[in-house]
Structure formats: structure tokens, C-alpha cells
Design a protein around this ligand. Structure first.
Ligand SMILES: [Mg+2]
Length: 121
């Protein structure tokens, strides 16, 4: 399984990877992006099964990256991980086709739920 982790904070990426490693049972390959543009580029090159995407990032934010990745591949599984849990933001990402929305920091329970949901797709 290929997994793309996108956050402008290195610490946030490390935390996602740590939680991921505790929960993932299958083989996986990780890709890391520090902004939306890098994420879009890495998505096109690698077609990951799962994408973790921050919202507030320089160069290209998570909203735009989400829209562009979904435009490229409507079946993309993109999980938004953000501290911004305003209803307007949550509604917007749902509208753009996000697979799930997680409040930062992601915990193992939530990670488990995401993998269970991925198996069903
Ligand atoms: Mg950020």
C-alpha cells in the first residue's frame, strides 16, 4: 500500500507516521509532501491508496490540493487532518470529496477506523 502524508510541519508528519506504524498490518511505502503542490505532484506520480492532507499550508493549501487531486482521480482516498474544525471547513472538504476528516493530532483509534474503512473500498 502506498501512503502519502502531507503537512508543512515536520513534527505533524512524524506524528502521523508514528500512529500509522502502530496500526498498519500490511506492507506500505510512504511518501511525504510539505505543501499541496508537492502532494498533487506525488499523487500523480505514485497513485497512493491513501492520502493524509493538512489544510493550512504554504504554496498550495489543502482545500485546493484536495480539489485538484479529486479532479485528477475521483476515487482518491483523502483524509484531512487539521486543527481547523470549523463547520464551514468541514462542509467544504466533504463537498470536495474528502474520505474523512480528523482533528489534529490523529490517534490510534481514528487511524484504525480509517484502515477499516479503506478495506471496504
Ligand atoms: Mg499546516
Amino acid at each position: 500500500m502506498k501512503i502519502l502524508i502531507t503537512d508543512d510541519s515536520k513534527m505533524a508528519r512524524r506524528m502521523i507516521i508514528k500512529t500509522l506504524k502502530e496500526e498498519i498490518k500490511s506492507d506500505y511505502e510512504l511518501f511525504e509532501a510539505t505543501n499541496g503542490l508537492e502532494a498533487l505532484d506525488l499523487y500523480k506520480k505514485n497513485k497512493p491508496t491513501l492520502v493524509f492532507l493538512d489544510l493550512t499550508m504554504p504554496v498550495m493549501d489543502g482545500f485546493e490540493a484536495l480539489a485538484k487531486i479529486k479532479e485528477f482521480d475521483k476515487d482518491a482516498n483523502i483524509v484531512i487532518i487539521s486543527a481547523d474544525i470549523q463547520k464551514t471547513s468541514m462542509d467544504k472538504v466533504r463537498e470536495l470529496g474528502a474520505f474523512d476528516f480528523v482533528k489534529k493530532p490523529i490517534d490510534s483509534t481514528k487511524m484504525k477506523q480509517i484502515f477499516a474503512k479503506i478495506q471496504k473500498t
